[in-house]
Design a protein around this ligand. Structure first.
Ligand SMILES: Cc1cc(Br)c(Nc2ncc[nH]2)c2c(Cl)c[nH]c12
Length: 288
């Protein structure tokens, strides 16, 4: 059974890591090619969930390290990209970068034991999430988790951006799951790389959640370096992962006044559950 996922220390003097103990940074150092950074979330003692586009098909586990704390880097012994992720899969339709199924799991060489600064985020449709939602056994179904965690309306959520060596900043966003979903998704075609795309469905698939824009609130935008980080929703005092940051329309993350069509797209964790279940079957998470 999963320990206490999505639990934080939020007292006044708590550190950024005590408030976001699931947050990790992934560092890919390719021989003669420099470094690439992404964010990720601890989802079990051995596994980190991130974006598949953080890796190239020929990347190898020894080139990847996971920073679980300031100056604490862990080695990796496995990279598992979603089998349906294929960045070049729709070039024939004018889509230079196709981010469908943009998720990956990174296996650490040694387990990260739960501590005040390291603790997994709750994955929906697991026993740990049911306990964190305080659901009785008969209501502990994946459909019930989805109904509670992803209601069809504008939904408060947040992502975490590293700001400086050991500072983590929560950025509040609104997932457009109600009637604003259509307009949010439609802005995908304003992304310069998608100028030649004919049909919205060629870029935005049912796997995506959409955030950003200025209505009803001005949402911050993710930076490319935020890719792979979790989109988190709160239930009571516990935290759940509903998305993985994938891509955005404009790279305007540090500009204070982004245009209303600057949207960000995230992979919906509920849409990749069969893959998560398969990859994490030995992690004792108790998938429902
Ligand atoms: C967070 C994030 C990731 C990626 Br990958 C980007 N790259 C991109 N988006 C569309 C096509 N390519 C962007 C951009 Cl652009 C803004 N934010 C991004």
């Amino acid at each position: 059974t999963m320990g206490l996922c999505g639990l934080t220390y939020e007292f006044k003097s708590a550190s950024d890591r005590e408030r976001n103990p699931w947050h990790v940074t992934i560092i890919v150092t390719r021989p003669e090619k420099g470094q690439e950074r992404c964010q990720g979330s601890l989802v079990s003692p051995y596994f980190v969930l991130t974006a598949a586009h953080c890796f190239h098909v020929d990347d190898q586990a020894p080139w990847v390290t996971v920073e679980v704390g300031p100056r604490v880097q862990r080695k990796v012994d496995g990279l598992f990209l979603h089998p349906q992720y294929n960045l070049g899969g729709r070039r024939d339709r004018g889509v230079p970068e196709f981010y469908d199924y943009d998720v990956a799991l990174v296996r650490l060489q040694t387990a990260v034991p739960p501590s005040p600064t390291t603790r997994p985020l709750c994955l929906p449709c697991t026993e740990g999430a049911s306990r964190a939602l305080r659901l009785p056994p008969d209501q502990s179904t994946c459909d019930e988790h989805r109904r509670l965690l992803l209601p069809e309306k504008n939904l408060d959520a947040f992502f975490v951006s590293p700001r400086g060596p050991s500072e983590l900043q929560r950025r509040p966003v609104h997932l457009k799951l109600g009637e604003q979903r259509g307009p949010c998704e439609a802005d995908a075609l304003r992304a310069p790389p998608y100028a030649k795309v004919v049909a919205l469905e060629d870029v935005v698939t049912p796997r995506f959640l959409c955030s950003g824009g200025t209505e009803p609130y001005v949402d911050p935008n993710a930076c490319r370096g935020d890719s792979g980080g979790p989109i988190v929703v709160t239930w009571g005092k516990r935290y759940f992962q509903v998305g993985v940051i994938s891509w955005g329309v404009l790279d305007v993350c540090r500009q204070p006044r982004a245009p209303a069509f600057a949207r960000d797209f995230h992979i919906n964790v509920f849409e990749v559950l069969p893959w998560l279940r398969g990859q994490l079957q030995d992690e004792d998470l108790g998938f429902l």
